[in-house]
Design a protein around this ligand. Sequence first.
Ligand SMILES: [Zn+2]
Length: 435
Amino acid sequence: MSSNGKKPIVISNGTLIDGTGNVPTRNEAIVIQGNRIKSAGRLLGDIKLEDRDSVEVIDAAGQWIMPGLIDAHTHLSYGNPKVPGETRGRGTTRPEFNTLRAAWNARKVLRSGVTSISVPGGTWFTDVAVRDAIKLGLIDGPRVYCAGRMIVTYGSIEDEEPSWVGTPEHSIGVLCNTAAEMVTEARRQCKHGVNFVKMADSRSGESQTISKEEIAAVVSEAHRRNVRVAIHSRGSASTRAAAEAGVDWIMHTDLATEADLEAVAKAGVRIVPTVTFVERVLEFGREVGQEQIQIDLDRMKRNMDGLVNVLQRARAFGIKVLCGTDTGNYSWMPYGKMHAKEAEILVRYGGYTTIEAITACTRDNAFAVGLENEVGVLEGGKLADVIILKQNPVADIRVLQEPSNLAVVIKDGKKVNLNDHASEEIPLTFQEAVA
Ligand SMILES: [Zn+2]
């Protein structure tokens, strides 16, 4: 009988980390019925653990139970990992192949203990399709909450082509140079089923490319249609403008000043610093050289310093920090490997305890997937996204980064097969695939 049938799952024993920030406690029983947690704590009277015909028991003795991880910043459809012969450009001119690859990526993410992801931008409406296919059970994967192509102006990130080319259909940006064009594009994306609209300012924060009025116009339109708005903003002025224009969350915020952070705090806007990506750029850049990755390492070093300051100051200002990684935005940001890196960074640079970092990646991140109060916490009534670990993440937060530490992954009340084909590395070349 499949675990999503009538038969409840009971997780007994082990140490419970419930995602609320509470200290870990001894777990008696977590009862999962259908796709929800029925109860956590004392075992309900009508369930008999000995009666294995009517209950599936997972014995977590000596293990750690916590909510499924959430990555507030993962891209599924940028066209990674690349196959030889594909162009360097973002996205791909082959949406059919790219969609299948995105579906594969999603399955890989789930097998690393990540049960929900927020996808701020991609090609075509690939992510909407992958989200819906997962929802319908055509493929398995994490819950997906996604944007469409990013709204950009001349000079924004992802405005990579000469002006006479603009942003071709297969790119992940879409040029909109007036508030009216932005609102039209936001409406088009809403029509196609995005969960949020992603806007994007300059690549590294060197200048502000979208005005506060333009952001506010998109926010007003999207919110009226019950769709949220997020923005790529590494700069100072753009971060303050985004906060004052009322976006739902700001990605990066590298160069935010005290006054900018004050504006963010006052507006009650969340931030997704995504330090993982910048740290990886610096690490990988040192390894292979600046030429190879084509990113200015000095500029990234400056942004890294800015981000460390932001992490520390955000705490003082009481700004909610969500955990994202930018997995999938380059071939060297592999799926299934980086998703919990941001938690380690919060501990290392932000002064977080490991329990606080876990809460940021679970309960707090639920906001970025539109499921606040539904996932990220293990208590009765919540959706049943649960992982069980062989090592203690409270003692060492890096435990969360290693899929081999996972004993069990449950998403939506269903156990994920951690040993199937999707857990393997895919061939890097067609030659390998044929061989
Ligand atoms: Zn990104």
